[in-house]
Ligand binder design. Structure first.
Ligand code: 8X3
Length: 253
């Protein structure tokens, strides 16, 4: 009997780090289930990967919708790897004046989204006998910066989920891996944060020699996931060489 292909679920797989991670895991031989809200983008990526001979499936999914997440979990035959990637930032307003609605949105996706999908898939990950939960947090989950506000608070929440879950399920055959990227230049992260203001989004990376790419992060995810089952990469922090901390970034004039 040929062993079944190992299945990896990636949230937020329609662009950026999620899409790059889906690609890397598909290349590593996983059957990858691409999930995100935007079906057209998922379909385009799935078509590309299928043409390359990879094994993929597509599921439209909003991680903040618990009923949809549960239905998705029930539809899966198996799950060996879950990559919680869906997330994002809204605004850089100071705590004193930030809009609580933005904070709520960021908490919903970055914290409750991770909670929903992880809870729903934990039984399958345990049944796999060698399951892996990956949480893509951020360096914003490990330290703060002015204007980080709601995003920093939410990513600290994601970090705490990883730390707490690892304690709670020790002894089960499931690893909990947190990947915390610093400055990553993607098509959408900064643009979303600045609500479509392309100039402000571009200024984030201005003069920075080589911000991380989505694929740099995906590479670390694939590396961590493909370590032998007894090796748990608890927390991997990666930043571009030009970034020494959340607020110490070298910019060429
Ligand atoms: C993104 C890193 O520096 O914009 O997760 O908070 S930062």
């Amino acid at each position: 009997m040929t062993p079944r292909p190992r299945t990896a679920v990636v949230t937020g797989a329609s662009s950026g780090i999620g899409a790059a991670t889906a690609r890397r895991l598909a290349e590593a031989g996983y059957h990858v289930v691409l999930t995100a809200r935007r079906a057209d983008r998922l379909d385009a990526l799935a078509k590309e990967l299928t043409a390359e001979g990879r094994s993929v499936a597509v599921q439209t999914l909003d991680v903040t919708d618990r009923a949809a997440v549960d239905a998705f979990a029930a539809s899966l035959d198996a799950c060996d790897v879950l990559v919680n990637n869906a997330g994002g930032a809204l605004g850089t307003d100071p705590v004193a004046t930030a809009d609580p609605a933005d904070w709520r949105t960021m908490y919903e996706v970055n914290v409750l989204g991770v909670l929903h999908v992880t809870q729903a898939l934990l039984p399958a990950l345990t049944a796999s006998g060698d399951g892996t939960v990956v949480i893509i947090s951020s360096t914003a989950g490990l330290g703060t910066y002015e204007g980080g506000g709601g995003y920093v608070a939410a990513k600290h929440g994601a970090h705490v989920i990883a730390e707490t879950l690892r304690l709670e399920i020790v002894g089960r055959p499931v690893r909990v891996i947190e990947i915390a990227p610093g400055m990553v230049k993607t098509d959408e992260f900064a643009l979303t944060r600045f609500r479509g203001d392309a100039d402000r989004a571009a200024a984030v990376y201005e003069g920075v020699a080589e911000p991380l790419t989505a694929d740099d992060v995906a590479d670390t995810v694939a590396w961590a996931v493909t370590r032998p089952p007894h090796v748990n990469v608890d927390l991997l922090v990666l930043r571009p060489r030009a970034q020494a901390s959340n607020y110490k970034v070298h910019r060429d004039k």
